[in-house]
Design a protein around this ligand. Sequence first.
Ligand code: ADP
Ligand code: ASP
Ligand code: MG
Length: 476
Amino acid sequence: MKDLLVMKFGGTSMGSAERMRVAAAIIAAESRRRPVLVVVSAMSKVTDQLLDTLRHAEAGDETGMEAGLRKLRDRHLDTCRELLPAGGQEQAMTAIEALLADFQRIVQGVRMLGERPPRSVDEAVAAGERLSALLMAAFLETLGVRAEAVNAARVVVTDAVFGNASPLLGRTRERARERLAPLLETGVLPVVTGFNGATADGRPTTLGRGGSDFSASILASVLDASELWIWTDVDGIMTADPRLAPDAVVLEELTYSEAAELAYNGAKVLHPRTLAPLVEKRIPVWSKNSFAPEKPGTRIVPRVSGPAGPRAVTSLAHVALVSLEPVSPEISATQLVARALDSLARAHVELLLLSSSSYRQNFCFLVRKEELGTALSALESGLALELAHGYVRPVEVDEDVGLLAVVGEGMRGTPGLAGRIFTAISRERINIIAIAQGSSELTIAIVVHRGGLEKAVQAVHAECRLGELARRPGAG
Ligand code: ADP
Ligand code: ASP
Ligand code: MG
């Protein structure tokens, strides 16, 4: 759609009546200039509370379950009272109660079953976004902006991988044309729930934690938006996580590839899959701070000018390194790698890094801790014979590690950079355990001892002078 602006507001930007008012003012101002579609996250911490409530239910802990339900109800009803004028509250409150009753019904089911089927969890956790969309749409109406809350389960069509679904863009485009375009064309602003979708036959799914960014990029792509603005609680994408490196500064511009690498390697500011739907259509993205809307934020574009080199450093703490080593000529390292990767792929385990040594033919890979159990069972069954015959050493796992990644287009053009990064880490007496550099040379990934991860981030940030180099003269 011509000139369409898609804006996504994250959990902190939707975190209270006051924050919703600020977000609504931004939305109202933009909607006077061009068509706008809004994607919202649940209010901050609500998704965690929904999941906790389901866990209490699974464990049969009635007290925890009731407390969780009460907290959710109080938070949303209080926000409703604070946000909406007295006359407009009743209808919104009835809708809130209805959504919470749906959630409670699933919670009761989980308690009776004593387990949390992934399908039910996905249906249940979408309540957070449905509640916040409802409040935002109702408040926009009071500002004179015609708005309608839309459940993305009716628009975003996904596969059936519950908890981490992938969109089917063709089907989603059709649904968006049927359900969102008519609203936009008649001047109604859709407030769409982030995070959730549904299979083509209507089973509710979610796109993974932090997935509302991805929801917004999916909708921007299928509706041919002219821009996507992602509103969060920091001034943009920074040279490092500001919680780890206090001297981190905001980057003016990044390429899609750089932003995707950063997100993939732990920069929580963007969901890792956000950029993929936008690349082909070259839809520009802005990461902006709803607490300081006047600041320019970071622009993510296909290409940037200016010198190549490292742009930012990021890290992932909850990871584990798994090592495998053949000990018999019965199996070559290539066969071992092939069998191991095949088993991991079948189990849908995502490898964050892969590294091998040619002499001992040892190879290791990094996975998220949540996926470690699945990875190990996949290896145990996939390599059952080799392990039983002793052709392969018992699988080794190191959970006391962290991943650090330095990202920048064309770091290849910076001689000696890898050496400087390794020296900076070693100077802090931090053990480097494994290293990988993709052939694109966009990222140098380093596994270090977990205890040294934060210090390593700071050391690399300082060594590469990322805080000083963030502003690229001539970029634009
Ligand atoms: P939202 O709820 O708006 O989606 P998130 O909490 O998911 O916000 O992401 C924003 C947070 O990401 C920031 O508060 C910041 O602590 C963290 N973060 C991690 N790495 C970076 C980075 N390189 N630049 C900016 N923020 C980062
Ligand atoms: N509310 C979801 C979460 O907390 C999605 C999001 O905020 O992006 O993971
Ligand atoms: Mg987020």
